[in-house]
Design a protein around this ligand. Sequence first.
Ligand SMILES: *Cc1c(COP(=O)(O)O)cnc(C)c1O
Length: 210
Amino acid sequence: MSSFAALPIDAQKIRFDALISASGKCLEGVPGMGFVFIRSAVLKNCEGQSQSLAMDLYDQFNYMKQTGQWRFTPPTHVLVALSDAIDQFEEEGGQPARLKRYHSCYKTLITGMARLSFQSFLEPSIQAPIIVSFHAPAEACYDFQAFYVACRARGFILYPGKLTQLETFRVGCIGAIGAMEIEQALQAIALAMQDLGLLSWAPAAHLRPN
Ligand SMILES: *Cc1c(COP(=O)(O)O)cnc(C)c1O
Protein backbone atom coordinates (compact mmCIF):
# COMPACT_ATOMS: atom_id res chain seq x y z
CA MET A 1 0.00 0.00 0.00
CA SER A 2 2.49 2.59 1.16
CA SER A 3 5.65 1.59 -0.67
CA PHE A 4 4.39 0.87 -4.20
CA ALA A 5 6.52 2.74 -6.80
CA ALA A 6 9.42 3.17 -4.35
CA LEU A 7 10.32 -0.31 -3.12
CA PRO A 8 10.77 -2.97 -5.81
CA ILE A 9 7.86 -5.42 -5.88
CA ASP A 10 8.42 -8.33 -8.26
CA ALA A 11 5.34 -10.48 -8.78
CA GLN A 12 7.56 -13.33 -10.01
CA LYS A 13 9.53 -13.37 -6.76
CA ILE A 14 6.77 -12.55 -4.28
CA ARG A 15 3.55 -14.25 -5.24
CA PHE A 16 0.56 -12.19 -4.20
CA ASP A 17 -3.17 -12.25 -4.92
CA ALA A 18 -3.61 -8.50 -4.86
CA LEU A 19 -1.58 -5.33 -4.51
CA ILE A 20 -3.42 -2.19 -3.45
CA SER A 21 -2.07 1.33 -3.48
CA ALA A 22 -3.35 4.89 -3.76
CA SER A 23 -2.76 7.94 -5.94
CA GLY A 24 -1.24 9.97 -3.14
CA LYS A 25 1.53 7.68 -1.90
CA CYS A 26 4.87 7.06 -3.63
CA LEU A 27 3.45 7.93 -7.06
CA GLU A 28 3.07 11.43 -5.60
CA GLY A 29 -0.26 12.22 -7.22
CA VAL A 30 -2.98 14.00 -5.26
CA PRO A 31 -4.94 11.82 -2.82
CA GLY A 32 -8.31 10.50 -3.89
CA MET A 33 -8.04 7.24 -5.81
CA GLY A 34 -7.07 3.69 -4.99
CA PHE A 35 -6.08 1.01 -7.49
CA VAL A 36 -5.59 -2.73 -7.29
CA PHE A 37 -3.53 -5.29 -9.17
CA ILE A 38 -5.40 -8.53 -8.59
CA ARG A 39 -5.39 -12.06 -10.02
CA SER A 40 -8.47 -12.44 -12.23
CA ALA A 41 -9.35 -15.72 -10.53
CA VAL A 42 -9.33 -14.01 -7.14
CA LEU A 43 -11.39 -11.10 -8.43
CA LYS A 44 -13.95 -13.50 -9.94
CA ASN A 45 -14.53 -15.00 -6.52
CA CYS A 46 -15.35 -11.53 -5.21
CA GLU A 47 -18.60 -11.31 -7.19
CA GLY A 48 -21.48 -10.47 -4.88
CA GLN A 49 -19.22 -10.52 -1.82
CA SER A 50 -18.67 -6.83 -1.18
CA GLN A 51 -20.38 -5.42 1.89
CA SER A 52 -19.90 -1.95 0.46
CA LEU A 53 -21.68 -0.42 -2.53
CA ALA A 54 -18.97 2.11 -3.36
CA MET A 55 -16.01 -0.21 -2.79
CA ASP A 56 -17.33 -3.15 -4.80
CA LEU A 57 -14.22 -3.91 -6.82
CA TYR A 58 -15.75 -6.75 -8.83
CA ASP A 59 -18.75 -4.65 -9.84
CA GLN A 60 -16.53 -1.73 -10.80
CA PHE A 61 -14.28 -3.97 -12.88
CA ASN A 62 -17.22 -5.60 -14.61
CA TYR A 63 -19.03 -2.33 -15.27
CA MET A 64 -15.87 -0.74 -16.66
CA LYS A 65 -15.34 -3.74 -18.93
CA GLN A 66 -18.87 -3.60 -20.28
CA THR A 67 -19.38 0.16 -20.59
CA GLY A 68 -15.94 1.76 -20.44
CA GLN A 69 -17.35 3.90 -17.64
CA TRP A 70 -16.93 4.29 -13.91
CA ARG A 71 -20.04 3.32 -11.95
CA PHE A 72 -20.14 6.73 -10.28
CA THR A 73 -18.80 10.17 -11.21
CA PRO A 74 -15.06 9.65 -11.70
CA PRO A 75 -12.62 11.91 -9.81
CA THR A 76 -11.45 13.47 -13.08
CA HIS A 77 -8.98 15.94 -11.55
CA VAL A 78 -7.41 13.12 -9.49
CA LEU A 79 -6.98 11.02 -12.64
CA VAL A 80 -5.39 13.88 -14.58
CA ALA A 81 -3.07 14.61 -11.66
CA LEU A 82 -2.17 10.90 -11.35
CA SER A 83 -1.41 10.68 -15.06
CA ASP A 84 0.92 13.70 -14.74
CA ALA A 85 2.46 12.28 -11.58
CA ILE A 86 3.26 9.04 -13.44
CA ASP A 87 4.91 11.07 -16.23
CA GLN A 88 7.03 12.83 -13.60
CA PHE A 89 7.79 9.47 -11.97
CA GLU A 90 9.14 8.18 -15.28
CA GLU A 91 11.07 11.41 -15.95
CA GLU A 92 12.75 11.11 -12.57
CA GLY A 93 13.99 7.62 -13.48
CA GLY A 94 11.18 5.43 -12.19
CA GLN A 95 11.26 3.24 -9.09
CA PRO A 96 15.06 3.12 -8.52
CA ALA A 97 15.35 6.93 -8.68
CA ARG A 98 12.40 7.40 -6.37
CA LEU A 99 13.79 4.94 -3.86
CA LYS A 100 17.14 6.75 -4.00
CA ARG A 101 15.54 10.12 -3.21
CA TYR A 102 13.47 8.67 -0.36
CA HIS A 103 16.57 6.99 0.97
CA SER A 104 18.37 10.31 0.99
CA CYS A 105 15.41 11.83 2.88
CA TYR A 106 15.44 8.90 5.29
CA LYS A 107 19.20 9.20 5.92
CA THR A 108 18.90 12.92 6.57
CA LEU A 109 15.96 12.29 8.90
CA ILE A 110 17.51 9.49 10.92
CA THR A 111 20.86 11.30 11.28
CA GLY A 112 19.21 14.55 12.34
CA MET A 113 16.85 12.78 14.75
CA ALA A 114 19.79 10.93 16.32
CA ARG A 115 21.42 14.34 16.91
CA LEU A 116 18.25 15.26 18.82
CA SER A 117 18.52 11.92 20.71
CA PHE A 118 15.54 10.28 18.99
CA GLN A 119 15.80 6.55 18.37
CA SER A 120 13.82 4.83 15.63
CA PHE A 121 11.59 1.93 16.65
CA LEU A 122 12.83 -0.48 13.97
CA GLU A 123 16.39 -1.64 13.41
CA PRO A 124 17.91 0.24 10.44
CA SER A 125 18.45 -3.12 8.67
CA ILE A 126 14.69 -3.69 8.36
CA GLN A 127 13.53 -0.07 8.15
CA ALA A 128 12.02 1.04 4.82
CA PRO A 129 12.60 4.68 3.83
CA ILE A 130 8.84 5.33 3.65
CA ILE A 131 7.65 6.17 7.13
CA VAL A 132 9.69 6.01 10.33
CA SER A 133 8.39 5.39 13.85
CA PHE A 134 10.37 7.07 16.62
CA HIS A 135 10.27 6.42 20.34
CA ALA A 136 8.68 9.34 22.10
CA PRO A 137 10.74 11.04 24.81
CA ALA A 138 10.12 9.43 28.21
CA GLU A 139 10.14 12.80 29.98
CA ALA A 140 7.01 13.87 31.84
CA CYS A 141 6.99 17.17 29.92
CA TYR A 142 6.47 15.25 26.64
CA ASP A 143 2.95 15.23 25.35
CA PHE A 144 2.24 14.20 21.76
CA GLN A 145 -0.55 16.73 21.30
CA ALA A 146 1.64 19.64 22.48
CA PHE A 147 4.57 18.38 20.39
CA TYR A 148 2.30 18.03 17.37
CA VAL A 149 0.90 21.55 17.78
CA ALA A 150 4.41 23.02 18.18
CA CYS A 151 5.61 21.31 14.97
CA ARG A 152 2.46 22.24 13.09
CA ALA A 153 2.92 25.89 14.05
CA ARG A 154 6.21 25.68 12.10
CA GLY A 155 4.61 24.10 9.05
CA PHE A 156 5.18 20.37 9.68
CA ILE A 157 2.65 17.67 10.53
CA LEU A 158 3.70 14.59 12.49
CA TYR A 159 1.77 11.32 12.48
CA PRO A 160 0.70 9.85 15.78
CA GLY A 161 2.22 6.45 16.58
CA LYS A 162 0.30 3.27 15.78
CA LEU A 163 1.71 0.92 18.39
CA THR A 164 -0.46 0.02 21.33
CA GLN A 165 2.29 -0.91 23.82
CA LEU A 166 4.82 1.85 23.16
CA GLU A 167 4.64 5.62 22.93
CA THR A 168 5.85 6.54 19.44
CA PHE A 169 5.25 9.06 16.67
CA ARG A 170 5.85 8.75 12.95
CA VAL A 171 7.54 10.86 10.29
CA GLY A 172 6.95 10.30 6.57
CA CYS A 173 9.82 10.37 4.05
CA ILE A 174 7.66 10.18 0.92
CA GLY A 175 6.23 12.93 -1.25
CA ALA A 176 7.69 15.52 -3.61
CA ILE A 177 10.36 16.55 -1.11
CA GLY A 178 14.12 16.18 -0.71
CA ALA A 179 16.76 16.33 2.03
CA MET A 180 16.30 20.12 2.26
CA GLU A 181 12.67 19.79 3.38
CA ILE A 182 13.66 17.09 5.87
CA GLU A 183 16.28 19.48 7.31
CA GLN A 184 13.52 22.06 7.73
CA ALA A 185 11.33 19.46 9.48
CA LEU A 186 14.24 18.63 11.81
CA GLN A 187 14.58 22.32 12.62
CA ALA A 188 10.85 22.47 13.42
CA ILE A 189 11.17 19.38 15.66
CA ALA A 190 14.17 20.89 17.51
CA LEU A 191 12.26 24.12 18.11
CA ALA A 192 9.20 22.18 19.25
CA MET A 193 11.40 20.31 21.73
CA GLN A 194 12.65 23.63 23.01
CA ASP A 195 9.04 24.76 23.49
CA LEU A 196 8.28 21.67 25.58
CA GLY A 197 11.50 21.95 27.59
CA LEU A 198 12.87 18.71 26.11
CA LEU A 199 16.28 19.56 24.75
CA SER A 200 18.34 18.19 27.62
CA TRP A 201 17.07 14.61 28.02
CA ALA A 202 19.54 11.76 28.19
CA PRO A 203 20.00 9.82 24.95
CA ALA A 204 20.99 6.64 26.86
CA ALA A 205 17.39 6.13 28.05
CA HIS A 206 16.31 5.67 24.43
CA LEU A 207 18.89 3.17 23.30
CA ARG A 208 17.60 -0.19 22.18
CA PRO A 209 17.98 -3.06 24.66
CA ASN A 210 20.34 -4.94 22.31
C1 LIG B 1 -2.22 5.42 2.91
C2 LIG B 1 -2.95 4.30 3.46
C3 LIG B 1 -4.33 4.34 3.48
C4 LIG B 1 -5.11 5.56 3.01
O1 LIG B 1 -5.21 5.62 1.65
P1 LIG B 1 -5.73 6.96 0.97
O2 LIG B 1 -6.35 6.56 -0.28
O3 LIG B 1 -4.51 7.81 0.78
O4 LIG B 1 -6.67 7.59 1.94
C5 LIG B 1 -5.01 3.23 3.97
N1 LIG B 1 -4.36 2.16 4.44
C6 LIG B 1 -3.01 2.10 4.45
C7 LIG B 1 -2.33 0.88 4.98
C8 LIG B 1 -2.26 3.16 3.96
O5 LIG B 1 -0.92 3.09 3.98
